[in-house]
Write a protein that binds this ligand. Sequence first.
Ligand code: SAM
Ligand code: SF4
Length: 329
Amino acid sequence: MITEPHLADNFGRRFPYLRLSVTDVCNFSCSYCLPDGYKKTGCESFLEQKEIVRLVRAFAALGVWKIRLTGGEPTVRPDFIQIAQRVASVQGIKKLAFTTNGYKLPERAQSYYDAGLRAINISIDSLRPDQFKAITGHDRLEEILDGIDACYDAGFKSVKINTVLLKGLNDAELESFIDFVQDKALSLRFIELMRTRDNQKYFEEHHLPGTAVTERLLARGWHLKPREEGAGPAQEFAHKDSMGSIGLIAPYSKDFCKSCNRLRMSAKGALHLCLFGEGGYSVRHLLQSDDQQEELQEKIMALMNFKKSAHFLHDNNSGVRDHLASIGG
Ligand code: SAM
Ligand code: SF4
């Protein structure tokens, strides 16, 4: 019997999906992520295009078919379009997605689509301009909402909104968010605020359990959709009168890690087996020549043995991540 190549860990989980960070830099200053904005470290040596292509080729040969470009803010890279074009054309990559804060989206949506990007996740933490500005440091809500229409006009079929649940900041908007997807074919994802090394106090003040969303959705007649084969850890809800759907990503919930289907690469070439895992395993030295492809694939497969069954957030362990801008969420 011929089996398709695939990456798997010691717990029977498969990994067809790679989140690839292309920069740590960001132009926003979200209060839970980079409250003081991105600070230069002096060693901004992010993966170059040829390194990215070698990396993606190796993962594709191991069965990865979905890539998400992320950051920091991936679109601040001047060569973001070229990166997307090159990744999209790697043999075996069937879906290229990206996560963005939506900066200049109305004027850029078409170029993103034309580059081969087919799925976009846009972060919108408030539908109130003043609150949006307070959270992100930018008065750009209107532009970003216009950007959603621009994405549909450009040809995107998959447009998702990411909303981090923030007690005392946007929880009063839960109903507005649910109404927002009523007449749009959008998928909105509520994400539980995750603790990082930089946001401990903020976390204590603003963390809201995902159950707050579940309770509201169920009370309003939404239902939990059955989990699809191979789906990631989000719980998906639907309502017969809503064109859009709502998802919940609740990393503190029981069994969250059981459906983990993704790996992460930092912008400096380290493989992270878990969003909250240890520092990451650098494979950058194996991205320096086309001749290293076999060695790179072997290294990636060997590293899968270190993937643990679950994160340790419940033990108050935030991992060693300072903030998610260094690994892309
Ligand atoms: N800059 C892009 C953006 O904001 O969409 C991509 C990178 S950002 C790190 C990816 C996602 O992680 C965003 O949706 C963001 O809201 C989310 N995020 C960042 N820090 C987080 C935290 N501490 N807890 C939960 N989600 C977080
Ligand atoms: Fe930047 Fe995204 Fe972090 Fe906001 S969440 S500061 S947009 S990386």
